[in-house]
Design a protein around this ligand. Structure first.
Ligand SMILES: N=CN[C@@H](CCC(=O)O)C(=O)O
Ligand SMILES: [Zn+2]
Length: 425
């Protein structure tokens, strides 16, 4: 199948010679082609340029291509959501009401709600139920232009259920058009049955769960919730290093609620990313800039928890590569709307519209080790492409809280047309 997306008002290529996550001023370099076209063959991008250039260089391919007219529209790479808790049982709207009444996230969790409540529901749920529920969530992601989603386990906190979550993610990767990238997060909370002896749970994660995840290739990454009252920096270090020994790349939920030197730890263990970072220290931000650890910022979580956002502006200025994601989960961020989260990054973190686009495409791709494959529109990359019903990229943020996604091309196939899913794998 050959496709030619022709005559877009703007093609946001995000192309550059940089082979790493973008930092500082690079985050503003969108490399826009006005009146641009994109030529796709099978599942790959062949070339991006003006229609005339593509016709001259690839006359045969252009002649046989199915043409999608993008006049007046914006074309950009598929969005990448580098941080979700996609597979979970139940919902927690009751806690939303409790928080509106003044309860805090940690109070609810310490009283047996929060992650513990979802763990109970996830343990009870059948594989098929979790699969179907998550499949529907992925459909919603797709309609909003997200073509790659990272998915964490961590609502099992026992092997049987962690395995169930990871296998659901695996089956979703096989059956849904969205690419699902798996992260093991057995260290998401201390399960109630280990409350009196948290170190025994840490041992279980290290000695039993991590080796099984690695041996069966159920995940690429290993994540820990390093937070006061959850996993200490010492426990987190042990878990992340154990994962590393088994080939699982470290990620870390760091400095979300209280400063805990999580950003420093991320840099120390060579984590590919550190997430949240609402209260990361100056030292931690400097360390991450030096180590090149991607800051995966989640302004939707700050919004929903009524907390001050991470210092995104400072992080960009200090040279930390920044990505932005939804943190889709049933407690602190029950939304798949990455476009809305992008708007929050502009409004509440002082990031520019250009930086936000970089943060949800190429930098998010690097946060899940996919920077070589997706996140920009350039020859050779996977053809994950969006056509947006806006005249320029600024309108994406200006007309906020809306879904501008008109067409989604995933792996070279039109899977959303006119906002409706047209093709399933
Ligand atoms: N902070 C820890 N974990 C999730 C929330 C999980 C939940 O509340 O269910 C997060 O990233 O926000
Ligand atoms: Zn999370």
């Amino acid at each position: 199948m050959t496709l030619l997306i022709s005559n877009a008002n703007q093609v946001i290529t995000l192309n550059s010679n940089n082979q790493n996550a973008r930092t500082g001023k690079e985050m503003s370099e969108l490399n826009i082609i006005e009146n641009g076209s994109v030529l796709i063959e099978e599942n790959r991008i062949v070339a991006v340029g003006s229609k005339e250039e593509l016709q001259n260089q690839f006359s045969e391919l252009v002649a046989q291509a199915e043409v999608i007219d993008a006049t007046g529209k914006v074309v950009m790479p598929g969005l990448v959501d580098a941080h979700t808790h996609l597979v979970f049982g139940g919902t927690r709207e009751n806690e939303f009401q409790m928080r509106l009444n003044g309860a805090t996230y940690m109070e609810i969790m310490n009283a047996g709600g929060g992650i513990h409540a979802t763990t109970k529901k996830t343990r009870e749920a059948s594989f098929d139920h979790l699969y179907e529920k998550s499949y529907e969530h992925l459909n919603d992601f797709l309609k909003y232009g997200i073509t790659t989603v990272e998915a964490k386990s961590g609502y099992g906190l026992d092997w049987e259920t962690e395995e169930k979550q990871l296998l659901v993610a695996k089956k979703l990767q096989e059956n849904h058009v969205i690419d699902v990238v798996s992260t093991f997060m057995g260290a998401h909370a201390i399960p109630a049955e280990y409350k009196e002896n948290p170190d025994a749970y840490v041992d279980l994660v290290i000695n039993e769960m991590i080796p099984k995840v690695a041996e069966r290739k159920l995940a690429e990454f290993n994540d820990v919730f390093c937070e006061k009252g959850v996993f200490t920096p010492e426990q987190s270090r042990k878990i992340l290093l154990a994962g590393k020994e088994h080939g699982l790349t470290p990620k870390i939920h760091a400095d979300e609620i209280e400063p805990y030197e999580g950003a420093e730890l991320a840099a120390e263990v060579g984590a590919i990313s550190a997430e949240h970072l609402l209260v990361a220290s100056d030292q931690g931000i400097g360390d991450m800039a030096r180590s090149g650890t991607v800051a995966v910022l989640l302004p939707g979580t700050a919004f929903f928890l009524k907390a001050a956002s991470a210092r995104g502006r400072l992080m960009v200025d200090e040279g930390v590569p920044v990505a932005i994601s939804t943190d889709f989960n049933p407690g602190s961020s029950p939304t798949i709307s990455l476009p809305f989260i992008m708007n929050l990054a502009c409004m509440n973190m002082g990031m520019t519209m250009e930086e936000v686009l970089t943060a949800t495409t190429i930098n998010a791709a690097y946060a899940i080790n996919r920077g070589h494959e997706i996140g920009t529109l350039e020859a050779g990359k996977k053809a994950d492409v969006l056509i947006l019903n806006v005249a320029n990229y600024q309108q994406m943020q200006y007309f906020y809280g809306m879904n501008h996604t008109q067409t989604v091309i995933k792996n070279g196939v039109v899977v959303v047309d006119g906002g409706v899913i047209t093709d399933r794998k």
